[in-house]
Design a protein around this ligand. Structure first.
Ligand code: KG4
Ligand code: ZN
Length: 363
């Protein structure tokens, strides 16, 4: 008999309003639709996400995104098994908008409601895109998060290490802002770095002297600002080549740090399992230089580096629907008391990271 689960997923925890319909047919994922309405234009002028603007835009776009996702999937709302929604962590206005929308749909259609931790959505994506089994090692690296996780099941995650201050995506965005490149910074810094000399500026690789898998990126941003200010002082401004060299030197410092800590995370993970899967997700995983360095490390350990297609790496609702499928099939559903949570660590056992949640709105 065919075993089919169909879930509508909703995501609105940061600056993307997203809805998707995903099916699991005999264990395999089928994304029937994945609608993402970005808000970059609204936040561009501020060089970062403005929470109040984001919340208003979500409230305006959610029902439109849901309707589009249903139409594109050719599935009627009455035929979905449940409604899954990001209920944290994130910018609270956006999360509340999503949860209210999902509650309305669940109540109106008499469907089960499933609250999803946004980080869990990212962490389970490789199971949707590559049908891998538990456990696997995961690097979640985005605008608001950076952590190594051993993913053991749909409810068990061991944090092996993470950033103690800024996330790499945030550092990329700030670098772009400091150099007048625009927003979001990651792709613009990567583009500028293509013409740059990564050896010209010796930027720090913080915490590499420590044996653990924790990372820090805020000092890197300060070092970049100092280098820029020095150039401005010496020459009255920065040239196109200076800009490219700064970007290339910054990018390689991030890549080296992530690669070295990935090396240690794999060593730790290997002690607990025979699994050879290392997955990377989050917007920063789009960076080709970073991905190449991670690939080299994976290869060195005889691991496979899995990186889901970019559209499922960055914020989307298909990953929320998929996490919903995993919870639904394990009998884990919520009710109308489901609350929106601005902070919600993925590993309940681990001690909070120093500074974690400071900017932890995105993941
Ligand atoms: O996962 P994501 O779409 O949103 C969340 O943060 O949840 O990630 C967005 C982040 C931004 O900070 C953006 O600058 C960064 O990912 N990013 C990149 C690249 N593309 C996006 N960072 C480095 N290189 C890229 N090519
Ligand atoms: Zn995210």
């Amino acid at each position: 008999m065919t075993d089919i689960i169909t879930i509508l997923g909703i995501e609105s925890s940061c600056d993307d309003t997203a809805a998707a319909v995903v099916q699991r047919i005999n264990g395999k994922a089928l994304v029937l639709s994945s609608v993402v309405v970005g808000q970059e234009i609204l936040h561009e002028a501020y060089g970062g996400v403005v929470p109040e603007i984001a919340a208003r835009a979500h409230a305006e776009q959610l029902d439109i995104a849901v309707e589009k996702a249903l139409v594109q999937s050719d599935i009627k709302l009455e035929h979905v098994d449940a409604i899954a929604v990001t209920s944290g962590p994130g910018l609270i206005g956006g999360v509340v908008s999503g949860v209210m929308c999902a509650k309305g749909l669940a109540a109106g259609m008499n469907k089960p409601l499933i609250g999803i931790n946004h980080l869990v959505g990212h962490a389970l994506t490789p199971r949707m895109t590559d049908t891998i089994s538990y456990p696997y090692l995961m690097l979640l690296v985005s605008g608001g998060h950076c952590q190594f996780l051993a993913v053991l099941s749909e409810t068990e995650f061991d944090r092996i290490g993470g950033t103690i201050d800024d996330a790499p995506g945030e550092a990329f965005d700030k670098t772009a802002k400091l150099l007048g490149l625009g927003y979001p910074g990651g792709p613009l810094v990567e583009k500028a770095a293509k013409n740059g000399d990564p050896t010209r500026f010796k930027f720090p690789r913080p915490l590499l002297d420590r044996p653990d898998c924790n990372m820090s990126f805020s000092g890197l941003k300060t070092a970049l600002r100092r280098a820029r200010d020095l150039l401005v002082k010496e020459k009255g401004g920065i040239s196109y080549q200076d800009q490219s060299d700064l970007c290339a030197s910054f990018q390689i410092a991030v890549a080296d740090t992530l690669a070295e800590k990935a090396n240690r995370a794999i060593d730790i993970f290997k002690k607990t399992t025979d699994s050879k899967n290392f997955a990377v997700a989050g917007g920063v995983a789009a960076n080709t230089v970073i991905k190449k360095e991670l690939e080299n490390i994976a290869q060195k350990h005889n691991f496979t580096l899995l990186s889901p297609p970019l559209k499922y790496c960055t914020d989307n609702a298909a990953m929320i629907a998929w996490a919903g499928i995993e919870r639904y099939s394990a009998g884990l559903v919520d009710d109308m008391t489901l609350a929106a949570r601005p902070r919600w660590p993925i590993d309940h056992k681990a001690k909070p990271m120093l500074g974690s949640g400071k900017k932890g709105a995105k993941a």
